[in-house]
Ligand binder design. Structure first.
Ligand code: CTP
Length: 412
């Protein structure tokens, strides 16, 4: 089964009184969807923006707003919360709660929960840009950071107060969940490993306007990169042009052509413990790239092509101890053709994909796939969500790392 770092974890979500408080309802919903237990604590001001019942309906848990709330039966609920929490996240964190936390003030439910916290505490400040940039807030932030509290910096954009292009926006929900997942995964199974992932299709220029490309969306490679990061790996994502937001916490190197991807992969290969080549690399490129736009009256009758480097082949020829995983895009004889690629490119694992069945493959969230390693086929051919397939690939990778560590230490 693919791993989900959120499953079985308890997240204490502290909500302070800023306009972004309503976005914390979506955050709670997303974390519940990821199968975490979410327990919400609100400041009194936060309850002016959002009704606690909203959080209660989304999380299925009672919401703490008052230290002396009779619903919580015992008045040291804030202490039991601190024991239960695998992680505590304060989102949004106003300038006021940052100041209180920096001074150790505990005069209400939320500030008391922060002071009593034993888990990692992550704060997600969101406020007016002048309040954010104020020396007092910046000082409080550095006090909190020195104390080990983690901060997800606010984004730049339009603020609720009407300021345009200003710092202080509440980050995207996905940014926060990715961060929390990675924080929960710090003890997970890919800690200490560097995984190089390629994603998306390459573009081979004909002239400054036109190119030969393919239909890859990058979804598979991005799912692998995100999942590897959430499981504690350092991830280098070398990506062709896509419409996707890069996963949080991942080092992204953007390229266009196969030649650029080849160079970027080779430059980063030495640092990697594993390479996962999910990119759809164009096999050929125009022999000539016109520097000026080709006018229609000078349209060539044909475009002469030449082969691009096979990046996977080059990795296998140069690799030291890296585990190398390739993909195989097949329209027929999937297992036979993918196995040929596995052997020819000296791969440790190939992920064979059916690219012709409707509804799966390119640009879809689904993939009809099967994993084949050097010893043969693993599992059945089935339709996976790409995020689940990413999990299966990484489960296999973790086992591969374990086997090679055992081999090195002489165990069987
Ligand atoms: N690949 C690569 N460099 C290339 C072409 C492909 O590194 N120039 C990698 C892909 O990223 C993928 C694997 O090789 O991991 C197989 O790619 P695929 O397109 O399925 O097969 P090809 O090797 O290109 O062979 P064919 O197109 O003939 O099926």
């Amino acid at each position: 089964m693919a791993k989900n770092v959120f499953q079985g974890k308890t997240i204490v979500l502290g909500v302070s009184g800023g306009i972004a408080a309503y976005k914390a309802v979506d955050l709670a919903g997303k974390l519940v969807q990821e199968r975490a237990t979410v327990k919400v604590v609100m400041s009194q001001n936060a309850t002016k923006f959002v009704n606690p019942i909203d959080f209660q309906s989304v999380t299925g848990q009672a919401v703490l707003t008052d230290l002396f709330d009779g619903d919580f039966q015992n008045q040291i609920y804030h202490v039991s919360l601190s024991e239960e929490a695998d992680i505590t996240v304060i989102a949004p964190a106003t300038a006021n709660i940052l100041a209180k936390a920096a001074c150790g003030i505990a005069d209400d439910a939320l500030s008391t929960v922060i002071l009593a916290a034993r888990s990692t505490v992550v704060m997600v400040p969101a406020m007016n840009n002048h309040m954010w940039l104020n020396e007092a807030t910046q000082h409080n932030l550095s006090v909190l950071k020195n104390r080990g509290i983690e901060i997800i910096e606010p984004e730049v954009g339009r603020l609720a107060c009407g300021e345009e292009n200003a710092v202080g926006r509440f980050p995207k929900i996905e940014t926060i969940t990715d961060y929390l997942g990675a924080a929960l995964a710090r003890t997970e199974d890919l800690v200490g490993k560097t995984v190089l992932v390629t994603a998306g299709g390459t573009r081979e220029p004909i002239d400054p306007v036109r190119y030969i490309g393919n239909r890859s969306s990058g979804k598979m490679g991005y799912a692998v990169a995100r999942s590897a990061h959430l499981r504690g790996a350092q991830v280098i994502l070398i990506t062709g042009i896509t419409n996707l937001n890069p996963p949080y916490g991942v080092k992204v190197i953007s390229v266009e052509s196969a030649g650029q991807m080849h160079r970027a992969v080779m430059e980063n290969l030495d640092q990697a413990d594993a390479v996962i080549m999910a990119a759809a690399v164009a096999d050929f490129k125009p022999s000539q790239e016109s520097l000026g736009k080709i006018k229609k009256e000078r349209m060539p009758k044909s475009v002469e092509l030449e082969l691009n480097p096979d990046i996977l082949q080059a990795i296998s020829d140069k690799k030291a101890n890296q585990v190398v995983i390739g993909f195989a895009a097949e329209s027929d004889n999937m297992i036979e053709n993918a196995t040929k690629k596995l052997k020819k490119k000296k791969l440790d694992l190939v992920v064979a994909n059916d690219i012709v069945k409707p509804g799966v493959g390119f640009d879809s969230d689904l993939s009809l796939s099967v994993l084949i390693d050097k010893k043969g086929q693993i599992g059945d051919i089935k339709t996976f969500k790409k995020s689940d397939l990413a999990g299966e690939i990484l489960d296999w990778l973790v086992d591969a790392f374990k086997s090679s560590a055992n081999r090195r230490s002489g165990q069987c």
